[in-house]
Write a protein that binds this ligand. Sequence first.
Ligand SMILES: Cc1ncc(COP(=O)(O)O)c(C=O)c1O
Length: 389
Amino acid sequence: MEQFGGINLSHYELANLKTPCYVVNETQLERNLKLLNDVQTKAECKILLAFKGFAMWRLAPLVMRYLSGTSASSVSEAMLGYNEFGGELHVYAPAFSDADMAEHVKMANHIVFNSPGQYKRFKSLLADHPNIQAGIRLNPEHSETDTAIYDPSGQYSRLGTTYNNLLENIEDIEGITGLHFHNLCELNADALERTLAVVEEKFSFLFKRISWINFGGGHHITRSDYDVEALIRIIKAFKVKYKLEVYLEPGEAIALNTGVLVSSVEDVFHNDMDIAILDTSATAHMPDVLEMPYRPYILNADEANKKEFTYRLGGVTCLAGDVIGDYSFGKRLRVGDRLIFGDMAHYTMVKNNTFNGVCLPSIYLYNEETEKCRVVKHFSYEDYKGRLS
Ligand SMILES: Cc1ncc(COP(=O)(O)O)c(C=O)c1O
């Protein structure tokens, strides 16, 4: 038996999966959702699914049993929220075009603008849609992450409105009913507390004229060492002080540790070190491995040279840098061996691509109670062709 992330695949099932494939554990997803719902109930806040992290619409009924709605950053994501999920639909993007806004006003409950200029541009259109709540995204200019591409508060950031920018354009935000900030990435409640202190210090002068505030995503609420009690305390105290509706819009926390990527070894050879080529790809199927970058966990593997046989694991595209990393194993890798990558449900399916025409991984759903794995999606040449013309 291979047991990983609550997924308990028999050798038979593992051998019969069409690789590469994501296997999403719906039981674990529900556990995450229950924890998030607990936060909603205890802190009296609302939690939205940020599609940018996880957008398995097939699981919409399960997600919406627990969450208050969804958060979209494009017209396509908004349509997914509106058509498949229901609940509240919040939309934010660094900029909206006229064409985007014409669609968003048909679907969204909340629209968050990145700058006073964007709000001003669409204000007259919004006047025809009095039920839409308009907000401004703030840039607290307070960094909590060392990874520059994940830091919305970094120098010259294009995300959100700074204190100075807001003051200079204060007349232009007349009519907004809410504020939004997103400043965290895979962080604990202490990072929220520090960010919130800065937001209060700089922007609380606006709190009297709004009714809601969105604390963004990046809260790693479902990670085992996350301080859920602290989060609840922080939100409750904030609500008592300012009487505002509080929203969170995590993506990763919803699907954290809910899925694996199963791949097969297709070739093994030597070039100063042992190299294994897999049927998956860092750049096409797990792009954050290169973009973030990070080293994914692999079942039964260790750091290079910790176990007897070390391999450089390479992807199947022609990109020289399509390398997942160097890992060691207790036995030699052979063609046909299956490697299982951990925590692959979020920021994978939503970001993957068909570079080199490599096929997208199939998607399976696993249920812990039945211990059964069922295929929900295979991709084909048509998916590649459909993106081209
Ligand atoms: C505006 C906004 N909201 C929510 C999220 C979701 O963040 P996470 O998946 O880290 O929780 C992001 C991620 O980039 C974001 O930019």
